[in-house]
Design a protein around this ligand. Structure first.
Ligand SMILES: [Zn+2]
Length: 89
């Protein structure tokens, strides 16, 4: 955890705060988004799951994109792969 300044009142607050404890403004550090994209046809049969700070944010399919709103600061992004099941007839 790091301390940042509230964009509204300037108070020092945690970078993980979703609202300023002094003035109440939402997203006191401002807002950002991680945009993750996957090129087409690269490992298209492999399913990928996006996790940010340990929380799942969906699957990233070929030519797909996942947008994750985050607070400013450092975040841990992990893309886990899992082979798709082989379809049998
Ligand atoms: Zn504030």
């Amino acid at each position: 955890m790091a301390l940042i300044n509230c964009r509204e009142c300037g108070s020092q607050i945690s970078d993980s705060a979703t609202a300023c404890p002094r003035c109440g403004v939402a997203a006191p550090g401002g807002s950002c988004a991680l945009v993750l994209t996957r090129p087409s046809l690269v490992g298209g049969a492999v399913r990928t799951e996006v996790h940010v700070d340990g929380r799942p944010y969906g699957n990233l399919s070929a030519r797909g994109r996942v947008v994750v709103p985050v607070t400013p600061g450092s975040h841990h992004v992990e893309v886990r792969t899992r082979e798709s099941p082989v379809l049998r007839q």
